[in-house]
Design a protein. Structure first.
Length: 280
């Protein structure tokens, strides 16, 4: 675990982040509206919000999948606002909702792990998996407690969704990135597999003190995982909960806040329609 002094260092600093997709068109989407967010080293922040609230867009901004219209992003002190995703790969790892993203299905478990192991290393003309490294990787796979350490030569595409997502998570943390992004990474799994992947997530994050942003639709996960929770709505952070808030609130409390947001949104839409009708 990170010490208290280590946790105080800023790992992610986002200031005034704006993003509009398809600007100046009928299909314009104002996805981020002046987002400010700061994560200390070792923070584990869960992100909740309605569909289209900006949750995944926020993760995409941190990952560098697009350039923001305004604002700035710093990770580990580096200003990365205008840097593409491959320039950030040495700092960031990500796990997606789809268990079949992030791995090469026609390569073996061992080969996939080798690629993850070499992530961030200078390119080499030849790559080999010697006995020593193979045993190291097998030991990491053993920690998943899925019995896969004896199946390293199996194609990763032959595994179940839960097994594959567990391996994808292991590959993401293998090189201990500065930042781990989890984009609803258990949403496509059955309850048993989801619980197992969540347990592994907690273990990996805690063991390495990883600074983590996790998007989830599960109110239970939002309250029980991590030390902070933020709620997004219409591209803004509208709620920020600390550890004490998370311990005090229940799932019903969060659902009530969602309901209130939707009510206000519906009232605003109704008022806009009335104004339009009045000035026709």
């Amino acid at each position: 675990m990170q010490s208290d002094s280590a946790r105080t260092a800023t790992m992610i600093q986002i200031e005034g982040l704006h993003k509009t997709f398809n600007p100046n068109t009928a299909n314009a989407v104002y996805a981020l509206r002046g987002v400010d967010l700061e994560l200390a080293t070792g923070d584990f922040v869960t992100v909740i919000g309605t569909n289209g609230s900006g949750k995944s867009t926020l993760l995409n901004a941190v990952a560098g999948n697009f350039l923001p219209d305004q604002g700035s992003i710093r990770i580990a002190g580096e200003r990365l606002t205008r840097q593409p995703d491959f320039r950030r790969a040495h700092l960031i790892a990500r796990v997606f909702q789809n268990p079949f993203m992030g791995t090469a299905p026609n390569m073996s478990i061992a080969e996939n792990l080798l690629l993850a192991h070499l992530r961030g290393h200078p390119r080499r003309p030849r790559v080999s998996l010697d006995d020593g490294l193979r045993e190291q990787l097998a030991e990491r796979v053993r920690s998943l407690e899925m019995g896969l350490e004896g199946r390293l030569d199996n194609l990763i595409g032959s595994l179940s969704g839960g097994q594959r997502q567990a391996l994808t998570l292991l590959m993401a943390v293998l090189r201990e990135p500065k930042v781990l992004l989890l984009d609803e990474h258990t949403a496509a799994l059955d309850p048993k597999s989801a619980a197992q992947v969540i347990r592994l997530t907690q273990n990996f994050v805690e063991a390495a003190g990883l600074t983590t942003l996790m998007v989830t639709h599960s109110m239970h996960q939002a309250l029980t995982l991590g030390n902070r929770t933020i709620m997004m709505h219409q591209g803004r952070i509208v709620e920020a909960l600390d550890v004490e808030d998370k311990q005090r609130l229940g799932v019903d409390d969060l659902l009530h806040r969602f309901t209130e947001l939707r009510k206000r949104e519906q009232l605003t839409e109704a008022l806009c329609r009335e104004l339009v009708d009045a000035y026709r």
